[in-house]
Design a protein around this ligand. Structure first.
Ligand SMILES: [Zn+2]
Length: 163
């Protein structure tokens, strides 16, 4: 993890906060960077569109591919304020980003933000048919975790968006 990583993660946090910081709306931010150039910076837009697949990372991958006019984002790094879900991890593998860096991990936030059953995204990467992609967590972990409900929050069912 480098100072540049923290710089880009700060941008992802700003994007996550861009529509308010209510943890019930799952504020997520994702930024894709290639050679010091921002290809995309997106927030999750599942409610607005509405589109169940419009996670921040998915939106960032779509915008980056559109902007570059490329199917593949080789050499790029995808930053996400929260550990990517199974879908977004697979999308990262398909889009050929070289590196995924996330802030808060699964254990740093309330379980409502993840699939009910544990999908080990680190395992996805380890078993991926590519050996040129890495995933690293814990970049600005505490600032990122601050965007979400803590692991032990006692939430009413209707607040728990993913259940
Ligand atoms: Zn996702």
């Amino acid at each position: 993890m480098t100072q540049d990583d923290e710089k880009w993660m700060r941008m992802a946090i700003e994007v996550a906060r861009s529509k308010g910081s209510d943890p019930s709306t799952s504020p997520l931010g994702s930024v894709i960077v290639l050679d010091g150039r921002v290809l995309s910076a997106e927030r999750n837009q599942t409610e607005e569109l509405p589109d169940a697949t419009a996670h921040a990372e998915m939106m960032a991958i779509r915008r980056a591919c559109e902007g570059e006019g490329e199917l593949e984002l080789r050499g790029a790094t995808l930053y996400s304020t929260l550990q990517p879900c199974g879908m977004c991890t697979m999308a990262s593998i398909w889009s050929k980003v070289g590196r995924v860096v996330y802030g808060a991990g699964r254990d740093d936030v309330h379980p409502m933000y993840f699939e009910a059953r544990h999908v080990d995204t680190l395992g996805f990467i380890a078993d991926a048919y590519r050996n040129d992609i890495v995933i690293e967590g814990g970049c600005l972990r505490e600032e990122c975790a601050g965007l979400y409900y803590p692991p032990d929050a006692d939430l009413p069912k209707e607040e728990q968006a993913n259940l």
